[in-house]
Design a binder for this molecule. Structure first.
Ligand SMILES: *[C@@H]1O[C@H](CO)[C@@H](O)[C@H](O)[C@H]1NC(C)=O
Ligand SMILES: *[C@@H]1O[C@H](CO)[C@@H](O)[C@H](O)[C@H]1NC(C)=O
Length: 350
């Protein structure tokens, strides 16, 4: 009897010991897990930083914005938040296109741009009225659209992104710079295009140097221009330097004094930016802004070069959804048909 009791005691002791070991292991495991979880959370927070990308979706060429967005989304694992900007009467079309296509997976906000802010700031007489589209000026007002992000990407609608947008977002802005752009003299292959197509790549092509206000800026007319179709911007610095106010001031002066060059290489939104950001912008890797694809219906880049390009920009008259255009295949592979059937590709009668 005594022996049995003793065995029972030993068994009970062993049982308690086992439970203790299990509990200890569990606690230890939990604490290890906690640490891992904490690390994970930190890592993923770093990786998952939200990348705001602003794209305008204009009536009549909304398919452009949708293709651009599709290309960005399909080529990255980054956490992208799209700000799709439109005029009031197009907002429901934009929403429908996104929500009734494969784009329904993207994170997006539809933002209305009120063209009233441009009143008195645009000269109506220009050779290319399409450049007066109010949405061309959205890039001047980025801080009005974006509130919770410091760093922002703005892209023209006629681009296709082939690289990981995270790389563009990681573009370093120098302290005191509100934005980064691609310079128009940065790539030898671009020089070739510029020469062959008779394009302007200096301030002279955008500003009228016969005007006193322009001469007084003291900017050499041969200074290399930049293209504001791809922008990485710092909203803190932008607000601090009151960039929007400065741009508006030059728009108003242009209305009064006609300061832009009549050839207007790249559109009316470029000229004021060239003035305001002169000597005060950072640089975007040239491969992140391969442009002039819309300049002529003939001037083509080599296939190899186009494959290396991270971002293609069809600036110019020959848009890849229209006919004739160059390298429309590279654009069309990202095209998403309009669920409402309004937007149609023009492939020259075929
Ligand atoms: C878990 O984190 C605590 C506090 O941060 C730390 O003291 C401990 O050493 C960590 N343990 C492990 C296993 O990393
Ligand atoms: C943006 O500008 C502010 C003010 O100059 C600066 O403190 C901040 O580090 C900049 N942020 C980025 C992402 O460059």
């Amino acid at each position: 009897m005594a022996l049995l009791r003793r065995i029972n005691q030993i068994l009970l002791f062993l049982l308690v010991l086992t439970i203790c070991v299990i509990l200890y292991k569990k606690t230890y495991k939990v604490s290890t897990l906690k640490n891992e979880t904490a690390d994970d959370a930190e890592d993923s927070e770093e990786m998952e930083e939200e990348i705001p990308v602003v794209v305008c979706a204009a009536a009549g060429r909304m398919g452009a914005a949708m293709a651009a967005i599709n290309s960005i989304y399909s080529n990255t694992d980054a956490n992208v938040l799209f700000y799709v900007v439109g005029l009031r009467n197009t907002l429901s079309h934009i929403r429908k296109w996104i929500e009734q296509s494969k784009l329904r997976e993207i994170k997006f906000k539809i933002v209305e741009f009120n063209p009233m802010v441009l009143k008195g700031k645009i000269r109506p007489d220009t050779a290319r009225p399409e450049l007066l589209q109010p949405l061309n000026f959205v890039r001047f007002y980025l801080p009005l659209l974006i509130h919770k992000h410091e760093k922002v990407i703005y892209l023209d609608d006629d681009v296709i992104v082939q690289g990981d947008i995270q790389e563009l977002y990681d573009t370093k802005l120098m302290l005191g710079h509100a934005a980064a752009f691609s310079d128009d003299c940065d790539l030898p292959s671009t020089h070739e295009m510029v020469r062959s197509a008779g394009m302007q790549n200096t301030y002279m092509g955008f500003l009228d140097y016969r005007k006193k206000a322009i001469k007084d800026l003291g900017i050499s007319p041969g200074t290399c221009s930049f293209n504001p179709g791809v922008i990485v911007a710092n909203m803190t610095e932008w607000k601090h330097q009151r960039i929007t106010k400065q741009l508006e001031k030059w728009m108003q002066r242009n209305v009064a004094e006609n300061l832009y060059s009549s050839s207007l290489g790249g559109g009316v939104a470029t000229s004021p930016m060239l003035i305001v950001f002169y000597g005060k912008h950072s640089h975007i890797n040239p491969m992140w802004h391969i442009r002039h694809l819309g300049w002529s219906a003939e001037a083509r880049y080599s296939e190899h070069f186009l494959q290396e390009a991270k971002l293609l920009h069809w600036n110019g008259r020959h848009k890849p959804w229209d006919f004739p255009s160059v390298h429309p295949d590279l654009w069309e592979s990202w095209f998403i048909p309009d669920p409402s059937g309004k937007f149609k590709l023009n492939r020259g009668g075929s």
